[in-house]
Design a protein around this ligand. Structure first.
Ligand SMILES: Cc1cc2nc3c(=O)[nH]c(=O)nc-3n(C[C@H](O)[C@H](O)[C@H](O)COP(=O)(O)OP(=O)(O)OC[C@H]3O[C@@H](n4cnc5c(N)ncnc54)[C@H](O)[C@@H]3O)c2cc1C
Length: 379
């Protein structure tokens, strides 16, 4: 099997073929039901764990195996599913693996890798999204415990999670980057309440608002050093942005594949649409840009895997891929004509869902600010 990039080996492509076949047989047929149910069912999480997909980031140091998995999750064409799995496997659990104590890893990371416990990352609040200095959820010391109060919003896996990695203020400061900790909170804790949030897409992501009312957790549930959460998040965001970029690459590929099939089989004016120059050039242009975006993303992953923190490149990859995904979905919908606008059409779904990825994990404007700051303020 010829690898699609110099960063991949035949073994990666073999792994891809296995993931693709497994998802096609055991996941894709169920996704419409999971979308309707607004959640991935428990037994499916356990199956994902048994295939080894939930622990790739933690059980191997080969980051390109994660890239392959994330691209294939994206290629399912269901952003809610891909987000739910990626937030669990590559975002929430990343903080536990990178900074958590042995006891926290035993209690939460091990079952998360097995798929017997579902994880969510709760950072965003109704009044604090891009501006994390405005975080207001507090975790107030009370004996050997912390009492959590406040509200988180738009939390993927919010209704299904067994535990949350919550960014909360443990220090004196009420604004700014200091005094924020990452705290593991079990969702069964009294004082934790999840309310589903409806969206135009991403349905199986089980998105929820989470309210904490004097929710008591042991102080030993703080991940790493107390008050260092902001620093952990800033480092973790490089991985998060590359995860978002890689998922988007898979989504773009899915959309272009569906459109190529449509153009070959749909006849108009006596010939397949694929014979006309305008659609041909559209496919050529978009696929060329997909390749460029993939190489930018892979190169940033290579640097991250080498111990570097490719902050600017991660922002570039996130910006380019998620915006390209919107454009691809829009152009592909046009090329499908009215069948593309049917409720169950993959390009209609991509059109509705691609938009959220330019906001989640940091909006495009923030990515541009970060890139511009690196180029102009401290080159
Ligand atoms: C589908 C989905 C799933 C999500 N899942 C999670 C999750 O699991 N956990 C979690 O913690 N969060 C999650 N989020 C929240 C996500 O991380 C936030 O949407 C993101 O951080 C942006 O915050 P905000 O939406 O509050 O937008 P705001 O920060 O209010 O920004 C709104 C808009 O203002 C503009 N803007 C913001 N800052 C700047 C700036 N500096 N310069 C110029 N313009 C700017 C941008 O256009 C931006 O889109 C999710 C969001 C979505 C849509």
């Amino acid at each position: 099997m010829t690898p699609r990039s110099v960063h991949l080996t035949p073994a990666h492509e073999e792994f891809r073929a296995g993931v693709r076949a497994t998802l096609a047989a055991h996941v894709l047929p169920h996704l419409p039901d999971w979308e309707r149910a607004r959640a991935i069912p428990r037994d499916a999480w356990e199956r994902l764990g048994s295939w080894g997909y939930l622990g790739l980031l933690h059980t191997t140091d080969d980051l390109f195996r994660s890239v392959v998995l994330l691209e294939e999750l994206g290629r399912t064409g269901y952003s809610g599913f891909r987000a739910a799995v990626a937030v669990h496997s590559h975002m929430a659990t990343h903080y536990l693996a990178a900074h958590g104590s042995a006891a926290l890893k035993d209690r939460y990371l091990t079952p998360a890798i097995a798929g017997t416990a579902v994880a969510a990352l709760a950072v965003t609040e109704p009044q604090a999204g891009s501006d994390l200095g405005a975080l207001a959820v507090t975790a107030t010391p009370d004996g050997d415990d912390l009492l959590l109060d406040g509200t988180k919003s738009m939390i993927t896996n919010g209704t299904t999670a067994d535990f949350l990695v919550v960014a909360a203020r443990t220090g004196q400061a009420r604004t700014g980057p200091t005094g924020v900790s990452l705290v593991v909170v079990e969702t069964a804790t009294p004082g934790v309440e999840a309310t589903p949030q409806e969206k135009p897409g991403w349905h199986s992501a089980a998105t929820a608002e989470l309210r904490f009312t004097a929710a008591r957790v042991p102080a030993s549930n703080v991940i790493g050093k107390r008050d260092s959460g902001f620093y952990y998040l800033m480092r973790g965001f490089q991985l998060e942005r590359l995860v978002a970029a890689t998922l988007a690459l898979g989504g773009i590929e899915h959309c272009l594949d569906a459109t190529r099939d449509h153009l070959r089989t749909r006849h108009a004016f006596g010939a397949p649409l694929a014979s006309r120059q305008a659609p041909r050039h559209t496919i050529a242009d978009l696929t060329t840009r997909l390749h460029a975006a993939r190489h930018l993303t892979y190169d940033a992953v290579r640097r991250l895997a080498g111990g570097d923190l490719p902050a600017t490149e991660a922002s570039m990859a996130k910006l380019l891929t998620t915006e390209l995904a919107c454009e691809v979905a829009d152009r592909c919908l046009q090329l499908h004509g009215s069948p593309g606008y049917a409720a169950d059409s993959p390009v209609a779904r991509a059109h509705a869902e691609a938009r959220a990825a330019t906001m989640a994990a940091g909006p495009s404007e923030v990515m541009r600010d970060l890139i511009a700051a690196a180029l102009l303020d401290h080159p």
